[in-house]
Structures are given as structure tokens and as C-alpha cells.
Design a binder for this molecule. Structure first.
Ligand code: PMV
Length: 326
């Protein structure tokens, strides 16, 4: 019986979320948390199974099903993941299959789990059914599926990063792959799910009401993204951290910060000695990212501080490989 396994990475937005919706550049990176999709023949059946949504990181295993705070949410998220898988299968008229999806990426956290589910499933299907899709096709088709399930919403950044990996600069027009060095980051998960559509609409309404105020904030965010590119190329982490802090402040100014996110960002920068920290993604919940100090204990310091402030910390490397067969 033939069996195909493919995987795709999650992502973080390093700089430029929300401003990118109005055409200002944003910088995103693939991270080394992955979704794996296994497809096998199942004559006469179409089965989708999301056996668990476990987060397994750095030797400790956080079983989201037994995490009290997430127990209710997780089954809904598993159902949502199954909808993405089903949308892929439907788009390509696939049947007589069993699809099993496993994710290391916490759902609804701004780390691109839905795009990774779509890309991993389609990458596996592409090989299994010999669809002949190129990487460009994979990114494009996956973006269409994501938008379909999300009622028209979704920037191409998540599916591009899940497909191509590495780094992507997104602005008006097609996204652009970038060659930048790997960065060690600490992600701090608030455990509060976020609602991208709600946050985007809120910010866009604010912009419509006060274009002369929000416009310049978006422009500043765009300048941060441009400047950050050069700093990353040169490995200037302290300056990059400073710009992260500035970007966080501007995101607070447009109303997508929360106490939980800022508690984690300030803990990371304070006791955690991070060089900088900001919320990542749509805000209103989800995660922060922080650049840990470069000394040997740096990672542990930042992770401990985030944990003590009530967040779930994990270490990610950026710029990782995109979709691949396993
Ligand atoms: O919540 P996330 O990680 O999917 O990020 C959304 C990013 C926004 O800029 C707020 C929206 C978008 O489509 O770019």
C-alpha cells in the first residue's frame, strides 16, 4: 500500500503585521515547528484524522488535551484543521484516501498552523496522486484553499513561508524570498487564542476613522521592516531588538496589544534580558517573539522569565526549510 508523508513549517512575522494589509512591507520567517501530513490509500473511503495537536518542544511534551485552559478549545481546533484538510482534498477531487495530520504548532496562536496544515496536506497529495504541482503552484493553490476556508481572508505570507521556507518580504505585489541568516528566537505563547479577522477589521476601521494618525504609524512600521532587513544581514542583534521594541509599541498604538502579550514582552526584556521583544501576528492574544541575549545562558534566561510571567516559552530557529517529503 502506498504511503506519502510531507511536512511544512510554521512561521513568525518578525516585523510589519497589520501595516502590510495597507501595502507596507512586512518580514516573515519560517520556523522549525512543523506540521506532518501522512496520506495512504484507503479504497472506498475518505478519512481525515487529526489524532492529537501535541506541542513537543526541546524534550518536554505539552499535551494540549490535558492542559486545562485549552481543553475546550483544542477539539474545536482539531475540527478546524480537518476542514482545511478536507478543502484540499475537495479541490483536487481526491478520494479513497486516509489522511493523518500531526502538528507541533499551537493552533490560533499566529504561528501559521492552518497554512502549514494546508501546505503539508497538498504537498503529500501532490506526490501521492502525481498532481505535478510546482512549488509555485503549491504556494498558490494553498493560499486559495486557506482563503476559501477563511471566507476570503488571509495574506499570502503564511502559505508562502510554509511552502518555500526561509524568509519572505511581503508588500503590495508578489512576495519576495530573501537570503538572511538564521536567528534564534524565543516564542512566548500567552495561551489566549487570537482572531486574525477580528483584529484586522478593528485596525482597518481605526485607520478609516483616523487616516492621518494611523497612516504615519503604518509608514513607521514599514521603515522598521526595511531597516530590520539590513540589521539582520549584518547580524546587528541589539539594534534589531531595539526595532522590535519600537514595533511592539506601534502595534499597541493601533490597538492590538493585550496585557498578557505585554507582560510577556516586558518579562522577556527585563528578567529575561532579551535584546528586544514584540507581539507577532494579529495580536489580541497569540504569541510574542524575543531575541535572547547572546551569552550561553541567554536562551534559558529569556525562557524562564516568560514562563514566570505565565507564558509558555519555546525556542525556535528562523529561516528553516519549506515543504518537503519526509
Ligand atoms: O495572526 P497571523 O499570524 O495570521 O497574522 C496576521 C497578520 C496580519 O498582518 C495582521 C494580517 C495579514 O493578513 O497580513
Amino acid at each position: 500500500m502506498s504511503l506519502t508523508i510531507a511536512s511544512a513549517p510554521g512561521k513568525v512575522i518578525l516585523f510589519g503585521e497589520h501595516a502590510v494589509v495597507s501595502g507596507v512591507p512586512a518580514l516573515g520567517a519560517a520556523i522549525d515547528l512543523r506540521v506532518r501530513a501522512r496520506i495512504e490509500d484507503a479504497p472506498g473511503k475518505l478519512e481525515i484524522s487529526i489524532p492529537d495537536m501535541r506541542l513537543v518542544i526541546e524534550g518536554f511534551s505539552l499535551d494540549l488535551i490535558t492542559e486545562k485552559v485549552l481543553t475546550e478549545d483544542i477539539s474545536k481546533k482539531a475540527i478546524l484543521a480537518a476542514r482545511y484538510v478536507y478543502a484540499v482534498l475537495k479541490r483536487f477531487d481526491a478520494s479513497n484516501l486516509r489522511v493523518v495530520v500531526e502538528s507541533e504548532i499551537p493552533p490560533s496562536s499566529g504561528l501559521g498552523s492552518s497554512a502549514s496544515v494546508v501546505v503539508a496536506t497538498l504537498a503529500a497529495l501532490n506526490h501521492h496522486q502525481e498532481l505535478g504541482l510546482s512549488l509555485e503552484d503549491l504556494a498558490w493553490e494553498s493560499h486559495q484553499v486557506e482563503k476559501e476556508v477563511q471566507s476570503g481572508l488571509g495574506s499570502p505570507m503564511d502559505t508562502a513561508l510554509a511552502t518555500f521556507g526561509g524568509y519572505q518580504l511581503i508588500q503590495a505585489g508578489p512576495q519576495q524570498s530573501l537570503d538572511l541568516p538564521e536567528l534564534d528566537l524565543v516564542v512566548g505563547w500567552t495561551g489566549v487564542p487570537h482572531d486574525t479577522k477580528f483584529e484586522v477589521e478593528k485596525v482597518q476601521n481605526f485607520r478609516t476613522k483616523y487616516p492621518h494618525i494611523v497612516g504615519p504609524i503604518f509608514e513607521s512600521i514599514g521603515e522598521i521592516s526595511r531597516e530590520a532587513l539590513n540589521l539582520m544581514k549584518d547580524g546587528q542583534l541589539e539594534e534589531l531588538g531595539q526595532l522590535m521594541n519600537a514595533n511592539h509599541g506601534l502595534l499597541e498604538a493601533i490597538g492590538v496589544g493585550t496585557k498578557e502579550l505585554s507582560d510577556l514582552a516586558y518579562a522577556a526584556r527585563g528578567a529575561g534580558e532579551a535584546l528586544g521583544a514584540k507581539l507577532t501576528g494579529a495580536g489580541g492574544g497569540g504569541c510574542i517573539i524575543a531575541i535572547p541575549p547572546t551569552d550561553p545562558q541567554g536562551l534559558v534566561k529569556t525562557m524562564t522569565a516568560i514562563s514566570q510571567a505565565g507564558g509558555k516559552p519555546f525556542h525556535v530557529a528562523t529561516g528553516c526549510e519549506g515543504a518537503r517529503l519526509e
